[in-house]
Design a protein around this ligand. Structure first.
Ligand SMILES: [Zn+2]
Length: 415
């Protein structure tokens, strides 16, 4: 005898038993006999009609509508304050725009959140250049000493002009004199910046024209916060095998799988050549060295480049799904990891980066507790991939370094 089960797609699968039917029959002493189909019939009374299938059975659910709630009953620790004061080395408070700077939020709006969440200092990486930089420093750093630090940026718009190399080197000195404390390199370099217009060749990350800029940063004691590649999955086709499918489907312009972009590996190798060529310049490789998915490779790079540190921004989703590997990484590199969130006030596109109380609570919970399987971003659906994270439960000695001591040293600021 054999049994039939209608699958979700309505196909009859031979040889399988409907579990609900089987358990119902067990309860009636009819184990192994499908209701109404018993061989021979005769003495056994007919089984009652089967209960209805649960709602939705037989239907498919679009992925975007799937919002499963964990049924785990495990520890949930609310961490409102960090165990030690925090320097957030990766935030975006201002943006250069044609015609002047745009500010994401005034200090008066940021400071109460910082005070509530134990954030001593925010480092605003996108401080712009020239007058815009001076204005940003006046509004934030000078108006609230010790609470804000501003980085400058390269003048990409002039990168194809003759004399750029020397000009850019000089600009770093001018920015340092204006009060900038570092240089931020966005992924403009490596993925977007082209010579001779939009169809011209991409400018390589290790192009020699930037050598005076890297050297000047070393000379003026300005660390370089560098971000030249995105998660590995962004370099693969946006298809059913891509673990960040929904994120890429929501932001098609984040994909670099099309022809014409360098490979992930080529970008990292070019970055490594820059680190090797400028050993007196300190580099903060943002987003866990661009490769939080592969901590073995990041470790190897940290070993090769004593002038390299890493930062955590927007990557606790990666670190927290490999908590044992991540914990070993923190133990080994506890002097080279800087706390950062990539926070943007009023950001809406990326829930994992929206500046606010919740963002910091999640980071502290991740670093300080051993809580299990919780959201890495304040969002109904995990925005960077459908998984949850596990806390690292780091000891005080490591927390103190990661929260501020390493940043104090790398940024050359007094605690
Ligand atoms: Zn950023």
């Amino acid at each position: 005898m054999y049994y039939f089960l209608l699958s979700a797609r309505g196909r009859a699968l031979e040889g399988q038993v409907n579990r609900r039917e089987w358990l119902t029959n067990m309860g009636m002493g009819l184990a192994g006999v499908s209701a109404g189909r018993q061989a021979g019939g005769g003495a056994t009374p007919a089984a009652p009609a089967q209960p209805a299938q649960p709602p939705g059975a037989g239907a498919t659910l679009p992925l975007v509508e799937f919002e499963p709630r964990s049924m785990l009953h495990v520890e949930e620790t609310a961490v409102d304050k960090p165990r030690f004061p925090v320097i957030d080395v990766h935030t975006h408070l201002s943006f250069s725009r044609q015609g002047g700077m745009r500010y994401a939020a005034p200090p008066e709006e940021l400071l109460p959140v910082m005070d509530r969440r134990g954030v001593q200092t925010m480092v605003n990486l996108t401080g712009g250049t020239g007058e815009g930089l001076a204005e940003t420093i006046a509004r934030y750093d000078r108006a609230h000493p010790g609470r804000f630090i501003t980085f400058t940026e390269p003048s990409w718009g002039r990168a194809s002009e003759p004399g750029y190399a020397a000009f850019q080197g000089d600009q770093i000195g001018a920015a340092a004199r204006a009060g900038a404390r570092g240089l931020k390199v966005l992924k403009t370099l490596g993925l977007y910046l082209r010579d001779g217009g939009p169809s011209g060749p991409l400018v390589a990350v290790d192009d020699k024209r930037f050598d005076p800029m890297w050297e000047a940063c070393g000379g003026h004691g300005l660390p370089v916060a560098i971000h030249i590649a995105d998660p590995e999955a962004f370099f693969l086709p946006t298809d059913r095998f891509n673990e960040r499918y929904e994120e890429l489907a929501n932001h098609p312009d984040w994909s670099f799988s099309a022809p014409g972009f360098p490979s992930f590996r080529a970008l990292l190798e070019a970055c490594d050549r820059v680190f090797a060529r400028h050993p007196k310049t300190t580099f903060i490789a943002l987003h866990v060295g661009h490769n939080a998915e592969n901590l073995a490779v990041v470790s190897e790079r940290l070993e090769r480049f004593p002038n390299m540190s890493v930062e955590l921004g927007a990557r606790i989703g990666e670190l927290g799904r490999q908590p044992r590997t991540a914990r070993r990484f923190f133990e080994r590199w506890q002097d080279r990891i800087l706390f950062g969130t990539d926070a943007v006030p009023h950001g809406t596109q990326t829930p994992q980066q929206i500046f606010g109380d919740e963002l910091y609570r999640i980071y502290y919970r991740f670093l300080q507790t051993e809580d299990e399987y919780f959201d890495y971003a304040p969002a109904p659906v995990p925005p960077q991939g459908r998984w949850r994270i596990y806390g690292l439960g780091l000891p005080d000695a490591i927390l103190r370094k990661v929260y501020s001591e390493n940043a104090t040293r790398v940024l050359n600021v007094r605690a």
